[in-house]
Design a binder for this molecule. Structure first.
Ligand SMILES: Cc1ncc(COP(=O)(O)O)c(C=O)c1O
Length: 433
């Protein structure tokens, strides 16, 4: 297709009221096979050789109901869902409310299994290795509660983990008497080896589990998960990888990563339904892990791999099955393309901040091999909390304030941001001085 026709096609999708209004409505038709999905796939093929094509990303942005003027860069915390995912959640919710009979709801069994299959493929796992949970916190606690650990055992954790993967270990250690060893990695690491060494040194013959965030929400550092899992496995140590900051942002292949357990939330980078998440339990480990919750369906799920970790009583079926719709949304854009965009946005943001904000100091490495979508920096202002407030109030830039060792501001641009958003966010930070 000529450049002219391609432009015209994209303009038809992007421009004018008809396209802007009709597009989301078309999404309602049938998630997965919708006109919208086809349109986005088409648009993708027209811009395939042109990863920086902003017209394509404006089309993607239009799929999100963002308030005008808002520059939302808080993906590490909570993401909006695009129209197709919202439509799925609304449609299934209405369906249940229209007819809550067993007969009407029977279809959710099949839909849940389709969602599980889609998720399994999306993360490079077997369908029997996926439980659809409520969030990362629940997945982490399921693993932490479920392992038989006691006196003499050690668990090695990263001091940059989220509390649900650190405090939760401490609480169980108080109860069961095992030892928790916290590992610190160097600030501003310049190589993967520098990140691996402290973990490798901390693992002893007594270490039963190594638990780390794939990408830290605190510093934005990306750990070399595959290498760490290989080291742990060679020493007979299990691995729990917290994927809250990687699931949805980058392509995952959990079999290739080689972890035993992996946890994630749908409502972060995955832009999926709220209060839904994923727990991966490798086939070899399903029998070793006790369930924290046992509810209706347990008998059937007991020997069905990871399914036994989701007998949590009545669920929000609409959210659970819309996990599958979210996978379709990612595939419509292209999983690698999303990762490329996340990396392009965060790299551009780092460059612009460095150019425009005198004295800025990055907690997140500049090296794309040691970081991904999370960008944490100290803007070098007297009062970070006050500056963070102004960033939103005066400039409409929504990120997260950070305290302690990694004090500063966290900005996490995602596929609903344009390069123009990144420019505006960097200018806004520059004006905080
Ligand atoms: C690394 C990490 N783990 C776990 C969580 C908890 O996520 P949720 O509240 O969705 O369970 C977060 C939240 O930011 C996180 O960044």
């Amino acid at each position: 297709m000529s450049t002219y026709s391609r432009r015209r096609f994209l303009n038809q999708l992007l421009g004018g009221t008809a396209a802007a209004v009709a597009l989301p409505t078309a999404l309602a038709a049938d998630e997965g096979r919708s006109r919208w999905g086809a349109l986005l796939r088409e648009a993708r093929s027209f811009t395939a050789g042109d990863p920086g094509d902003e017209s394509f990303w404006r089309l993607v942005k239009e799929q999100f109901p963002l308030r005008d003027g808002l520059i939302l860069m808080n993906a590490a915390n909570l993401c909006p869902s695009p129209f197709p995912v919202q439509q799925a959640v609304f449609r299934f919710t209405r369906d249940v409310d229209a007819d809550a009979s067993f007969q009407n709801r029977a279809k959710f069994d099949e839909l849940r299994e389709s969602a599980r299959a889609a998720l399994a493929e999306y993360v490079g796992a077997g369908v029997d290795e996926i439980a659809i949970t409520r969030n990362t916190s629940e997945g982490n606690n399921t693993v932490i509660n479920g392992l038989d650990l006691g006196r003499g055992d050690e668990v090695v954790i990263w001091d940059q983990n989220h509390p649900t993967a650190n405090v939760a270990w401490d609480v169980r250690a108080d109860r069961y008497g095992y030892r928790v060893v916290r590992v610190a990695t160097p600030p501003s690491p310049s190589s993967a080896d520098e990140l691996i060494e402290p973990f490798a040194d901390a693992i002893t013959p007594n270490t039963r589990v190594l638990a780390f965030s794939h990408f830290s929400n605190v510093s934005g550092v990306a750990l070399p998960a595959k290498r760490l899992c290989a080291i742990a496995r060679a020493r007979g140590t299990l691995t729990l990888v917290d994927g809250a900051q990687s699931f949805g942002a980058v392509r995952l292949d959990l079999h290739d990563m080689g972890c035993d357990f992996f946890t994630a939330s749908a409502h972060k980078w995955f832009v999926g339904p709220k209060e839904a998440g994923l727990l991966y339990v490798s086939r070899e480990r399903a029998a070793d892990l006790w369930p924290s919750d046992v509810g209706v369906g347990w008998e059937g799920a007991k020997d069905a791999g990871a399914r036994k970790f989701e007998t949590l009583g009545q669920r929000d079926d609409a959210a659970v099955v819309s996990m599958g719709t979210t996978v379709v949304f990612h595939e419509s854009i292209g999983v690698d393309r999303i990762e490329g965009r996340v990396r392009q946005l965060s790299a551009t943001l780092k460059h612009r901040l460095e150019d425009r904000v005198p004295g800025v100091r990055f907690h997140t490495p500049r090296d794309p091999g040691l970081s991904a979508g999370v960008v944490v920096f100290d803007p070098s202002v007297a009062d970070v909390a006050e500056a963070f407030g102004r960033l939103y109030a005066d400039h409409g830039v929504a990120g997260a304030p950070r305290g302690g060792e990694f004090s500063g501001i966290r900005l996490c641009p995602h596929i609903y941001n344009t390069l123009e958003d990144v420019e505006r966010a960097a200018n806004a930070v520059a004006e905080l001085k």
